[in-house]
Design a protein around this ligand. Sequence first.
Ligand SMILES: [Fe+2]
Length: 154
Amino acid sequence: MVLQMPIQWRPAMSVGHEGIDADHKSLIAIINEFEASPDFAHAEAAARKLYRYTEEHFLREELLQRACGYPTGANHHLEHQGILANLKKIVQRHFLIPGKSDVAEAISATTWLMHEWIVDHVVKRDPTMAPFLHRATARDWSAVPLGQRSHCGL
Ligand SMILES: [Fe+2]
């Protein structure tokens, strides 16, 4: 198992929008909660929570991108879809198949993906939204409140 340091949100990760920054901080908190899971039951609950929150956050972010005229939203959407597909695969492989209960392996695989995601996507891709986000209104942001969607079985 590869041990990772807990991720910490840093001002350099800011996209210049309070709502998205708050979502990213919450995601990091869930990732850290997941990594600190003392047993399989906690890891499973945190993994499902992580998937659901990520899915909702991506939707909110993409709606905001459309509202503010962000020009590379299609590519951004594809990156989101790739992250979600990989996360779903990992959650299914490690947490939904009976008999698979190696919590260290499950945490290691998921942690690796989430660290990659935070480094590659949140730090490098999401800041490209910064020049456009001032055009979005508070109403655009609240169009999809967290916790209001159904999700694909996780
Ligand atoms: Fe993003």
